[in-house]
Design a binder for this molecule. Sequence first.
Ligand SMILES: Nc1ncnc2c1ncn2[C@@H]1O[C@H](COP(=O)(O)OP(=O)(O)O)[C@@H](O)[C@H]1O
Ligand SMILES: [Mg+2]
Length: 526
Amino acid sequence: MSISVERYRAISPSEFFYRNKEIAGFSNPARALYQAVRELVENSLDATDTHNIYPDIKIIIDKEDSSEEIYSVYVEDNGIGIPPNHIPNAFGRVLYSSKYVLRQTRGMFGLGAKMVVLYGQITVGRPVEVTSSPRGFSKIYRYKIMIDIKNNEPIILEESVYPNINGWHGTAVRVFLKGDWQRSKNKILDYVKRTAIITPYANILFKDPEGVMYYYQRLTNKMPKPPKEVKPHPKGVDLETLKEMIVKSRVRSLKDFLMEEFEGVGEKTAEGIIRLAGFRSNQSIRKMSIDDLKKLLDAISRYEDLRRPSADHLSPIGEELIKIGLANMFKPEFVDALTRKPVAYEGHALIVEVGIAFGGSIPEAPFPEEIMLLRYANKIPLLYDESTDVSFKVVSEIDWKNYGVEFPARLAVLTHVCSTKVPYKGVGKESIADVPEIEREIENGVKELARRLRQYINRKKRMEEEIRRAYTFIKYIPEIARGLSIIYDGSQDSYENIKEKLFNMLREKVSVKNIRSIDDVVISIE
Ligand SMILES: Nc1ncnc2c1ncn2[C@@H]1O[C@H](COP(=O)(O)OP(=O)(O)O)[C@@H](O)[C@H]1O
Ligand SMILES: [Mg+2]
């Protein structure tokens, strides 16, 4: 009997994602085209609004081959650019990123751009073209790059430098990939539109492969406050992070370490934690054993007086911008938005924002499950896997009848979760897990806005009722005026006079629209 022998070997991160493209959203040509647009646009937005630059984004998809489904995706921005020495790795080394810090950005895995390049490379075989000039640089750098999948390294095929005459800064990326425009068209258009809703401070131009242009013009000069980078919160670290922080730290004593390296730890808190863990405050951090570190973590988890994680590193959209975006997109009769206070989720601050729009051009939903749900996480629209998302759960479980909404209804609900720790269900970032903290925040937010919507709907109903009654009365005004005028003096003048007075009295109390004179009403009703 022969015994089979297992063969062992390690693979690189790029080989792993090459084999498992689906988990990053590249499962078929349609989805890949959508995902490519998304990853590039998100990088462009991160390079602009996160750095206080009004985004000017250009997206062009072209069909490159009349017989085959080969497309080029071109995305250009006016962002901070990429220093030339980082360009090859940023596009050619999986898990290379400038965003592995505690600050809210759209990107966080160091994966997106590389997945686009990788997918293009294996379906079409052409390199990515990256042109960039960082702010203040006098030169423009251009690269053609592919990925050495086995070794997870960039292969530079072409490299050139040009003078930057006009002081341009930003980045332009072009990739060639196998796609399917017909199958991805709706999703891509939706994606661009939903991005525009929450970035009313951006100019976004999109030209599709059929040559149709979509232009979302900047509507406001207000931009969300950019996120600041922060230090970790004590409740957000584990043993590994702690070990790494100690290796990197320049201070020696445990007390200095806690005060220096963590968010929201002052002298009193540091001393409190140290006492609880049973150390001395001049305990040297380098001499701490694994057991000591475990004791420290245990004390941190038991310590109750810790300040909540700061939310300075988050950049919520804000109530005003959400309202502007929704109002402009749907011209609704009612719109409102709400930014909830930061809460803590696994040692990270988390802010939930919600918006509601009612009426206007919102498509009619026959049931609550079909309500237009605009989901966002860290300013990224989430389009796929709606039914597994925590927001869907909340919105479809609300009893909308209690809020005066009767179906079919033109209702749109927007939810935005921002945090440096968003529990996405996959690296393709399409849906958020139903963590109780997040579910509660979304539910409270949506219900608060639903109450405001109910007030509006009730007010509207009352007014409609009043108007209906007013119309009934108005019909009788000429007759009453005629009778009164006969009693008075029988003249045409007093008839007109009385009629006018009665009409005006009514109009003082009820807003009767589109009616200039009482005769209009009589004619329109009978
Ligand atoms: N348009 C761009 N402008 C500036 N920097 C960019 C741009 N696109 C990519 N980068 C840089 O390349 C890095 C890698 O991008 P990506 O692979 O999408 O990962 P992530 O966005 O998660 O960091 C980014 O962290 C950023 O530093
Ligand atoms: Mg990215």
